[in-house]
Design a protein around this ligand. Structure first.
Ligand code: ADP
Ligand code: MG
Length: 260
């Protein structure tokens, strides 16, 4: 039965999608069957793995809103696709219409549990399910946290790194209390770290004390190759295996696999 990890932080540009793609790929390199679910209407995880968001007929939007074909609702089995670049990797793509799901689901029964039920049907097919999140704490994120076993929180080593974390933890606590009591924090992940900067070192200290130790040993350093890889539709381990980004994300996958 697969472990479901949500990659969450309502701040944009902190490394959620980069982490979702590259953690997934590194788990697959270790022959762990992995499903990457793109839950961000911006669809960056989808396009970063070479899927064209305008070519996709059905997406995660159709699964969580209950689009029907042949008089039955679409499931993750219908919409998942094999990533062309990696064995062991499936992707549940997103399209921009996912933004509308926040509103369309408002009057639905069990609206917070749509993703959880969808994943339930396929989770035995995988060792890991990784979910990339949108930059908000709305209904999509509540669905993600309700579906997940654990949350991985990427934190950019920049000014205001800790801003908004209280709201994120509050949302996590509310979900734990009302919807998913088994949800745990997998860990905070420092991203875009630059060891030459006092600021990066200061943020690392602050994050460690804020999360009282629940921080990954691995730190993702700033690496331009990580920014280039998506435009070649490749995860970092295929784009440049010698890069620091490849090393960092392989180590992250190892740290996560240590809990198996
Ligand atoms: P989010 O999904 O949280 O919005 P992204 O993963 O898209 O964040 O990252 C934001 C930007 O920063 C992207 O352009 C990405 O390529 C770049 N980026 C992410 N991680 C790194 C890193 N470690 N070093 C350099 N650039 C990075
Ligand atoms: Mg993103």
């Amino acid at each position: 039965m697969g472990k479901i990890i949500a990659v969450c932080n309502q701040k944009g540009g902190v490394g959620k999608t980069t982490t979702s793609i590259n953690l997934s790929a590194c788990l697959c390199a270790a022959e762990r069957k992995t499903l990457l679910i793109d839950m961000d209407p911006q669809s960056n995880a989808t396009t970063g793995l070479g899927l064209d968001k305008y070519d996709i007929e059905y997406s995660i939007y159709d699964v969580i809103t209950g689009t029907e074909i042949d008089e039955r609702p679409l499931t993750l089995r219908d919409i998942r696709v094999k990533a062309s670049c990696m064995d062991y990797l499936d992707v549940a793509p997103a399209t921009p219409d996912l933004a509308g799901a926040e509103i369309e689901l408002v009057n639905e029964m069990a609206r917070e549990k749509k993703l959880r039920s969808a994943i339930h049907e396929v989770k035995d097919d995988y060792d890991y399910v990784i979910i990339d999140s949108p930059p908000s704490l709305g209904l999509l994120t509540v669905n993600i946290l309700t579906a997940a076993n654990s949350v991985l929180i990427p934190i950019q080593c920049e000014y205001y790194a800790l801003e908004g974390l209280a709201e994120l933890l509050n949302t996590i606590h509310l979900v734990q209390k009302n919807l998913n009591s088994l949800l745990v924090i997998e860990g905070a992940l420092l991203t875009m770290y630059d060891g030459r900067l006092n600021l990066s070192r200061q943020v690392a200290e602050d994050v460690k004390s804020f999360f009282s130790g629940k921080v990954f040993d691995v730190v993702v350093t700033r690496n331009v190759k990580l920014g280039e890889a998506p435009s070649f539709a490749k995860p970092i381990i295929l784009y440049d295996i010698m890069s620091s980004g490849a090393e960092n994300y392989l180590n992250l996958a190892k740290e996560i696999m240590q809990n198996e």
